[in-house]
Design a binder for this molecule. Structure first.
Ligand code: SF4
Ligand code: SF4
Length: 63
């Protein structure tokens, strides 16, 4: 299965901007790493709201 939501954890600062914005509620901050993760990316709408809101460009949506 192809990846849809690519998250660069090296860049992520755990600000949760993407988590709060995601209409599908599939992004979350990992309690241990404090980095963004995706739960069920098959629910992604691919509209790239998270990609656009991320201040450090840590998310890429593969359309
Ligand atoms: S593209 Fe949209 S639905 Fe998919 S993870 Fe980003 S904000 Fe959520
Ligand atoms: S908006 Fe970017 S930096 Fe903030 S939690 Fe999401 S991926 Fe990480």
């Amino acid at each position: 299965m192809n990846k849809i939501v690519l998250i660069n954890e090296d860049l992520c600062i755990g600000c949760a901007e993407c988590v709060n914005l995601c209409p599908k509620k599939i992004l979350y901050i990992d309690a241990d790493t404090k980095k963004c993760k995706v739960s069920d990316e098959n629910k992604c709408d691919k509209r790239a709201g998270c990609q656009n809101v991320c201040p450090v460009k840590a998310i890429k949506i593969i359309k």
